[in-house]
Design a binder for this molecule. Structure first.
Ligand SMILES: Nc1ncnc2c1ncn2[C@@H]1O[C@H](COP(=O)(O)OP(=O)(O)O)[C@@H](O)[C@H]1O
Ligand SMILES: [Mg+2]
Length: 419
């Protein structure tokens, strides 16, 4: 396997560790492993992907190719059967399955970025080619996070909605905003909500959209993405898992990845010069791993911490996750009191566990019933706040890297909560 491939695979694995449910990253990783003859590992990921979405043709094709490489005839013939069954369905339905879709690894046409479907285009075909799937979350669905919301209004929504007002002030607020904080506390979620508010002017860029197995290709893609954003301006470019894309160059052994960081730097600078109406939002769990050059003026010069939800926020998060469930009698206020330091993801998990508990009971008794507060007792004992270890680790980084005061909010919170 060549070095470039190797480092991309490493980066993707790292990203997957932070976001184990991210199918776009997993799919990209599986494809890369397959093309690097790591068939067994590739097969494992395709199977995970198929467990999530059993009818996705590209996953089945990947699994088929991997099992063929492994010489596992039984397995490959069952994937063939699956594929034929799918093909048959399509003939009866619409038949516009395109040739591009077959080319899993090299296709830069349609790519999935957590919920949003992006279409990268060449320079002269912009207009209708950004397909952003309707985001189903809006800022109102995001519980708590008042400070972050205020910051988003100030940095993005205000300028986008009142361009004249911004002009009147002579200059846009400019620069980029980096959200950081413990995992599961809503960085990606609030970015999606922002997309919901803004629609097609919001472009999410996942790691897997940029990283590519060919040297030079990633830089070209990054450039294309920025150009598209410039043409759509005023617009917002969102880089999730910024630490993986914009990793400290001093930590990178691989020159391919370093070039990518350089490219990101120069694109961001050129946004500042050519086009003041492209706003950049980034999110990361590890801000200390982000290249310091990315934090200079005009780049990600502002940081906003996304903290674990406070009691009121927990209450609204719990309500959000129970809103379509028969849970009227659940005492969410009490649950909110008992879930200090839980992340939004922990709370989502808690609700799922309680629902599962009731479902299982219903299956065995044949009777359905409403959720009650008691159904949360066991999950409350089993699910521990996942933010604690993050703070333990973050404290050291923040203390030693706080020369410009950028981690004041983090340190204040650590002291206040006695973490
Ligand atoms: N403020 C919030 N309001 C409602 N749900 C939330 C909130 N924060 C997190 N969640 C839930 O937790 C999940 C994980 O959050 P996510 O945005 O992926 O965290 P991060 O990107 O910070 O690691 C979300 O998909 C959502 O279900
Ligand atoms: Mg995230």
């Amino acid at each position: 396997m060549d070095k470039k491939n190797n480092s991309v695979i490493e980066a993707l694995k790292m990203s997957l560790e932070n976001n184990p449910d991210d199918t776009s990253v997993m799919a990209h990783l599986a494809d890369l492993l397959l093309s690097s003859d790591e068939s067994e590992e590739a097969l494992g990921f395709y199977q995970k992907l198929l467990a999530i979405n059993p009818t996705d043709e590209s996953y089945i094709k990947g699994a088929l190719a991997a099992s063929e490489q492994l010489g596992n005839d039984a397995l490959s013939s069952s994937y063939k059967t699956l594929l034929n069954a799918l093909g048959h369905q399509e003939e009866q339905g619409e038949t516009d399955s395109t040739a591009e879709e077959d080319d899993v690894v090299q296709d830069i046409g349609t790519q999935r970025v957590r919920g949003a479907k992006l279409r990268l285009v060449t320079d002269d075909t912009f207009d209708s080619d950004w397909e952003v799937e309707d985001s189903t979350v809006y800022l109102n669905d995001v519980g708590g996070m008042e400070d972050v919301k205020k910051r988003l209004h100030l940095s993005f929504l205000g300028p986008l909605q009142n361009p004249d007002l911004m002009k009147a002030y002579g200059k846009s607020i400019g620069g980029g905003l980096m959200l950081y904080g413990p995992p599961g506390c809503g960085k990606t979620f609030i970015a999606r909500a922002l997309a919901g508010e803004i629609g097609a002017k919001f472009m999410a860029v996942g790691l897997s959209d940029i990283l590519d197995m060919y040297i030079g290709e990633s830089e070209r893609k990054l450039h294309e993405i920025f150009n598209t954003a410039r043409r759509a301006a005023p617009s917002i470019l969102f880089f999730d898992e910024l630490d993986a894309i914009g990793q400290k160059r001093s930590q990178l052994r691989n020159s391919g990845m370093r070039t990518l960081v350089n490219q990101l730097l120069s694109e961001m600078d050129s946004v500042g010069n050519d086009n003041k109406d492209v706003y950049i939002l980034g999110a990361t769990n590890h801000p200390w791993d982000v290249d310091p050059a990315l934090r200079r003026p005009g780049r990600f010069n502002r940081m906003e911490i996304v903290l674990p939800p406070d009691e009121l926020a927990r209450e609204s998060i719990l309500k959000y996750h129970l809103k379509d469930k028969p849970a009227e009698s659940v005492d969410v206020t009490l649950l909110a009191k008992k879930t200090e330091l839980m992340s939004g993801a922990d709370l989502a998990h808690l609700c799922e566990a309680a629902v599962e508990y009731v479902l299982e009971e219903s299956l065995s008794t044949g009777q359905t019933r409403e959720l009650s507060t008691d159904d949360f007792a066991v999950p409350l004992q089993e699910i521990k706040p996942s933010t604690r270890p993050w703070f333990e680790n973050a404290r050291n980084f923040a203390m030693f890297a706080n020369d410009s005061g950028s981690y004041d909010d983090l340190l204040n919170y650590i002291n206040k909560m006695k973490l």
